[in-house]
Design a binder for this molecule. Structure first.
Ligand SMILES: Cc1cc2nc3c(=O)[nH]c(=O)nc-3n(C[C@H](O)[C@H](O)[C@H](O)COP(=O)(O)OP(=O)(O)OC[C@H]3O[C@@H](n4cnc5c(N)ncnc54)[C@H](O)[C@@H]3O)c2cc1C
Length: 266
């Protein structure tokens, strides 16, 4: 059997809700610099204990098999050793139920390869950037902003983040702070199940876009010549926003067929 050794240590764990966390890990050996928006594999063996609030696995993991899954890196691209991930627990899942049981000092596997074409550096300089996310789909945008916001003062950059409740909006403080700090950055959180204290948008992302909030509030036109869109999160949201953008002439970005719509589903 090919045993892969654990090669990283948990150095930070912040619970945003019982099923969403920010996990920071320190790699034993530095990785190469990555491009903002890329992902790496995290892994744990099936014999590791699962979290106390997990549910029976849909497909029970084999004890001696390393369970590996890709996760978007939320850190700035210059970080090569201490890497941050924003993870949602699938209660019946194999890996996340084990990741949620980790504590500071625990060991795990971190892939050596860095992958992904969901990258801000593929967009032309000066183009406006709209980043749309639900759930942990916000992670790559945190990396985009931490890595590039200073370098792109001429681009308008907008994050539209959809969630049910205020407490589900991971990175809310950081994004609010960036909006106050950078004149070209706009943060648009929208909640579908907000309480009375929330005075922001209360629409699902698809309706917010159809209501022309981008055009009316930020003077951003969905024009493939001027504005590039990133869409990341739940497959249904990604499909609906992609469809809306197709009507404006957007095509999906591929390495050998560049488009203005970048999509990541998870
Ligand atoms: C490029 C890429 C980047 C990703 N980045 C992130 C990230 O930053 N943060 C993050 O939390 N996840 C991310 N994911 C998803 C991650 O790779 C795993 O698929 C996810 O964490 C579930 O793993 P698991 O082993 O716990 O569940 P599995 O054991 O793989 O799945 C168990 C069951 O749950 C279903 N399932 C899987 N994922 C979900 C889900 N999200 N919601 C509901 N049901 C689900 C499966 O279809 C399956 O039936 C990313 C995926 C890709 C492809």
């Amino acid at each position: 059997m090919n045993i892969q050794e654990y090669n990283a240590t948990v150095i930070g764990k912040v619970m945003i809700t019982p099923d969403i966390m920010i996990l920071t890990i320190n790699a034993d050996e530095a990785r190469s610099e990555f491009e903002a928006g890329q992902n790496m594999l995290l892994g744990l063996y099936g014999y590791e204990k699962r979290s106390s609030n997990s549910e029976p696995e849909l497909l029970p993991a084999e004890a001696n098999k390393l369970i590996k899954r890709p996760y978007s890196i939320a850190s700035a691209k210059s970080e090569t050793r201490q890497l941050e991930f924003y993870i949602s627990q699938v209660k019946s899942g194999q890996l996340t139920s084990r990741l949620f049981n980790l504590t500071i000092g625990d060991r795990l596997y971190l892939g050596t390869k860095i992958s992904g074409l969901f990258r801000l550096d593929e967009t032309p300089e000066g183009s406006d950037i709209v980043m749309v996310a639900t759930g942990t789909g916000i992670a790559p945008y945190i990396s985009f902003l931490r890595s590039h916001i200073i370098e792109r003062p001429e681009s308008k950059m907008v994050v539209i983040q959809g969630a049910a409740h205020l407490w589900d909006l991971g990175y809310y403080s950081e994004l609010t702070f960036l909006e106050k700090t950078y004149a070209n950055f706009f943060y648009v959180p929208t909640l579908t199940d907000a309480d009375d204290r929330w005075d922001g948008y209360q629409l699902c992302i698809e309706d917010l876009l159809r209501d022309e909030v981008l055009q009316n509030e930020f003077n951003i036109t969905p024009d493939p010549e001027r504005t590039h869109f990133f869409v990341s999160g739940k497959p249904e949201m990604v499909a609906q926003v992609s469809e809306w953008l197709h009507d404006y002439g957007y095509t999906r970005h591929h390495p050998d067929d560049p488009g203005e719509l970048y999509v990541e589903e998870f």
